[in-house]
Design a protein around this ligand. Structure first.
Ligand code: FES
Length: 107
């Protein structure tokens, strides 16, 4: 089991939005779903290493800003070409009003 790492205040990310988070030389994307739940994935698209935080969140999907590839950010599953490789996902939670992620626990 890894450690929970503090990311930011829960209010720093709107519902149905995404934020880039750099930690320990790695980059992640932190999402809030329409219901406020939080999720975390690798921050770079598996197609061409573009920052997904520059993309658009719709419901439980993130659309890559470069070629419009689509992932389900809850599972990391690729949903639309040209992406075919899944994103790694990480445990995320809200604790005491703060978003926390376990970056060493790739799913
Ligand atoms: S870089 Fe993301 S779909 Fe091409």
């Amino acid at each position: 089991m890894g450690d929970w790492i503090d990311v930011c205040d829960a209010d720093d990310i709107e519902h149905e939005d995404v934020m880039r988070w750099d930690h320990d030389g790695r980059t992640f994307a932190i999402y809030r779903a329409p219901d406020g739940a939080v999720y975390a994935t690798d921050g770079l698209c598996t197609h061409e290493q573009v920052h997904l935080a520059d993309g658009m969140v719709m419901d439980h999907e993130i659309e890559c800003p470069k070629h419009n590839g689509l992932f389900d950010y809850r599972s990391g599953a690729p949903l639309r070409a040209p992406v075919c490789e899944a994103l790694a996902t990480y445990p995320a939670r809200i604790e005491g009003g703060r978003i926390q992620v376990m970056p060493d626990q790739a799913g």
